[in-house]
Design a protein around this ligand. Structure first.
Ligand code: SF4
Length: 851
């Protein structure tokens, strides 16, 4: 005993030194704790009871398995504890949310002395899934408690027993002016600590801003400021001008909610709830907040200041100075169902609970429940856009109207390694033992190059976790998630992934936080409020030397010219924000090239991107991908073989009867942006440090550059061939520090096979192993305050390096810059890229695995 508690307290004090909660008990600790609870030393009873009640994770991890079995043994009389009675054991089982506790509780419905307690415990357990059939079977056999339980589920007692959102809530404002992107909430260099929410939350805002001072610069965020604000005695309301742009990482919401939310009964080291008010809240961040039970509100924040104590009145949509009628801001909740979500503990618990209620009502022969708020009806006429028809197909409908709530079937799910451990934890919380989505793929691209010990542990354990549930795991060094996931998609289907750049050009995909990704993988569906679409139509022919990346940057460039987008954050205008960008006019692009456009829709804060492609492009891509998947399954030992071969078979069956969805001619868009490629006469870059700040090369020419990075999911083999061609006559090493990272191991092999690595070596290139490399900035980084040209996706402050100024450009322009040491003039650019003329077909041809 003494040994046990002293081990535990060692851990507690080690965590105290870091200023965070103790870790949840692992399986070993839980086993020992259960032993001690059978015969606890005098004086330690309450403490041990508290540990088993509150410090073991719920769901389906190894420790919850130990806990559930122990509690069942007590309830069923196989073991006796003086601290935990049979009734208490059932109550504690009821607090485990779902998973290993469910079958035990169902069996206790047959124990006359405990049936009522078991019913009470199950009433509020939502993660029941197919075990509902076991309860129905008991009810069919005449078990009255089982029948009452189904009645309780049908009446949604799990929901009605929770309080409605209060009329007035008093809160203290914690405001951070300007834009807060998800990297500010959850810095990439701290990605390793994301699954440890209290520890990771210390890094929130660890780099000081004008209005917010970090406690320890670059290490620990403004925890003392937050504590000061809390000392006013009210929970915090987070307020910002633009909130949650950038990556989809759920860790950003986790960190924020850790500081502004409330504890969850029986769940260690995780919080829910909290109020977030933003002039603009980025769409993915908004839904991540919804999923976590927080209340996101978009409202004018100009009169809200840090330290203000305010009253939030959700039913009349006002924020007033505390105890007065002075209105500081007004708002309308975005959906009718938002307060139900908060009441249920989040959008995900609400969906799962409603599904359970529906099942129970169906069993009892009842109609739909009237307890829940109904989603607004959407009335519209006319045809559907391509995106609306693709999502419609996944919902069994002709199309889905903008604003309509739907639950499309998800064909493909991607998970990357810095969010993967969180997705794993969410899957455990969701009690998922088998994926319902047919293709769930895990990559290791963000941590493969310079893994920390915690990453190595993830590399060693996460594949098995995914395989056990029927998913596919790549290997460290294989390359970037999207360069692989694109090769696993089916045309005209819906996908998702725990990375904001999950924007596959086949079909449509909606990037999501790890909670929603886990939900989609586990259940095979995802909740979606269908966004509106903006059409970007390209016409005309690209001039020689104008690259696809220039077209990518042409979208913000021309949107700024036409007043559809502003760079300024205050009162920012962005026509693409939260909408689907549908692209036409580039049908002959290969699918792999099209990804460059789709990928960058994340930088527009768009919800998704749908690109119209020719049938030939799609067919060629699928043929190549079938060969790749079969090779992985049959020759290279990738698991699960079944998922890979099933996906190859699904691709083949599409090829056997190929048909692509087309937009209806009478569909409508929120806006149409026409771009004539002939109007693009010189390269377009994005200036430091904002991917919306699109500029012509002539505006920034001659800027001295320190480092150049050619890599990320925005690149393919053609970019490296083009860069090699541009660099090949160099007599000495590049004038800058030059980094290159092929996106996949196959691209790297091809560079080697074509002898290009030797050219790159002579130019002084640092060739990294395939993966994300500098793009996310959590591994190697550029030098502090360096001026950089990068082909990566985004250039938010501090992403590639502390204080770095980053221009985003094409690989061709990046290579010319590396050669010259400065951003070239327009003339220098065309002069140095003329070596590519006439060789385009060879240089830009892509890998074809079917050959
Ligand atoms: S390359 Fe960059 S944008 Fe692409 S997945 Fe990796 S970190 Fe994200």
């Amino acid at each position: 005993m003494a040994n046990y508690l002293s081990k535990y307290y060692d851990m507690v004090s080690e965590r105290q030194r870091l200023g965070v909660e103790p870790l949840a008990l692992n399986a070993e600790f839980t086993k020992e704790l259960c032993e001690l609870l059978l015969n606890p030393p005098v004086g330690s009873e309450q403490e041990l009871l508290n540990l088993i009640s509150n410090r073991v994770n719920p769901g389906v991890d190894e420790s919850s398995k130990v806990k559930a079995q122990f509690l069942y043994e007590i309830a069923s009389g196989k073991k006796v504890s003086i601290v935990i009675s049979k009734q208490k054991a059932v109550e504690l089982l009821g607090n485990m949310k779902g998973g290993f506790n469910v079958s035990y509780l169902i069996s206790l419905l047959e124990d006359a002395s405990l049936a009522e307690d078991a019913k009470k415990a199950l009433e509020n357990t939502l993660l029941i899934y197919n075990a509902f059939d076991d309860v129905a079977a008991l009810a069919n056999k005449g078990n009255t408690t089982a029948k009452e339980l189904i009645k309780s589920w049908a009446e949604a007692t799990w929901f009605t027993s929770k309080s409605e959102y209060p009329k007035t809530v008093t809160l203290t404002v914690f405001k951070v002016a300007g834009e807060t992107n998800t990297d500010d909430f959850s810095p990439a260099p701290d990605a390793w600590s994301r699954p440890d929410i209290p520890l990771h939350a210390l890094a929130m805002y660890k780099i000081s801003r004008d209005d917010l001072k970090a406690d320890v610069e670059g290490v620990k965020g403004p925890v003392s400021t937050i504590e000061n604000l809390k000392s006013k005695g009210y929970p915090l309301m987070f307020v910002g001008d633009v909130v949650g742009t950038g990556s989809s990482r759920k860790s950003a919401a986790n960190s924020l909610i850790w500081h502004i939310g409330h504890d969850i009964d029986g769940v260690p080291n995780k919080r829910a709830g909290g109020v977030v008010v933003g002039g603009k809240i980025a769409p993915i961040f908004y839904t991540t907040l919804e999923d976590s039970g927080a209340l996101p509100i978009e409202a004018d924040v100009s009169k809200l200041n840090s330290g203000d104590v305010v009253d939030l009145n959700v039913y009349n949509g006002t924020i007033v100075k505390h105890g007065t009628n002075e209105v500081l801001s007004t708002f309308a909740l975005k959906t009718n169902t938002l307060l139900d979500e908060v009441r249920a503990g989040g959008r995900i618990p609400l969906i799962i609970g409603k599904d359970l209620t529906d099942k129970a009502r169906k069993y009892l022969g009842l109609g739909s429940s009237e307890v829940f708020a109904k989603a607004a009806e959407v009335k519209a006429e006319g045809g559907f856009t391509r995106a609306q028809k693709i999502v419609g197909k996944a919902c069994g409908l002709k199309g889905v109207r903008p604003g309509q709530y739907c639950q499309p079937v998800i064909a493909t799910v991607g998970s990357q390694d810095t969010t993967g451990p969180m997705t794993r934890d969410e899957l455990i919380d969701l009690a998922c033992l088998k994926f319902s989505a047919p293709m769930v793929m895990q990559s290791f691209c963000h941590t493969a190059a310079y893994p920390k010990p915690v990453d190595v542990k993830t590399h060693n354990t996460l594949p098995e976790f995914m395989h056990n549930r029927g998913g596919v795991a790549l290997r460290p060094g294989d390359g970037v998630i999207h360069s692989w996931l694109n090769r696993m998609c089916l045309p005209d289907t819906v996908g998702t992934g725990g990375d904001s750049h999950t924007r596959m050009p086949l079909g449509i995909s909606f990037a999501a936080g790890s909670g929603l990704v886990a939900f989609a993988a586990a259940t095979g569906i995802m909740p979606l409020d269908m966004p509106e679409s903006v059409l970007v139509r390209f016409t005309g022919k690209r001039k020689p030397g104008i690259t696809l990346r220039d077209l990518v940057h042409a979208i913000p460039y021309f949107a700024i010219q036409k007043g559809l987008l502003t760079v300024e954050k205050k009162g920012k205008k962005n026509i693409f924000s939260g909408k689907i960008i549908e692209i036409e006019g580039l049908e002959d692009l290969s699918v792999e090239h099209a990804f460059e456009l789709a990928d960058a829709s994340a930088e527009r804060s768009a919800a998704a991107c749908a690109i119209k492609l020719s049938q030939t492009s799609v067919e060629n891509y699928l043929k190549s991908n079938i060969a790749l998947l079969k090779k992985m399954a049959n020759e290279e030992g990738y698991q699960t073989k079944e998922a890979l071969l099933n996906r190859a078979a699904a691709m083949q069956s599409w090829l056997d009867n190929p048909e692509l969805i087309e937009a209806d001619p009478d569909c409508s868009y929120a806006a149409v942006l026409e771009i004539n490629c002939e109007d693009i006469k010189e390269p377009i870059l994005c200036a430091p440090n904002d991917p919306d700040d699109a500029r012509l090369l002539s505006e920034v020419a001659n800027t001295k550059i320190d480092e150049v990075f050619i890599g990320s999911c925005m690149t393919n083999i053609g970019h490296y061939r083009a860069a090699s061609e541009i660099l090949k006559d160099m007599k000495s090493e590049a004038k800058v520090r030059l980094w290159m990272t092929p996106p996949t191991r196959m691209d790297r092999q091809e560079l080697s096979d074509e002898g290009l690595l030797s050219i790159l070596g002579k130019a002084g290139t640092r060739v990294e192993i395939p993966g994300c490399s500098l793009c996310m900035g959590n591994q190697a980084r550029v030098a502090d305050n360096a001026t950089v040209v990068s082909t990566s996706t985004r250039n938010f402050p501090n992403r590639l390096g502390n204080g770095a100024n980053v221009f985003l450009s094409s690989a061709e322009l990046a290579a010319v810059t590396a050669k010259l040491g400065h951003l070239p003039t327009v003339e220098e650019y065309f002069e140095n890229t003329s070596c590519l003329d006439g060789k385009e077909d060879k240089i830009y041809s892509l890998l074809d695995f079917s050959k």
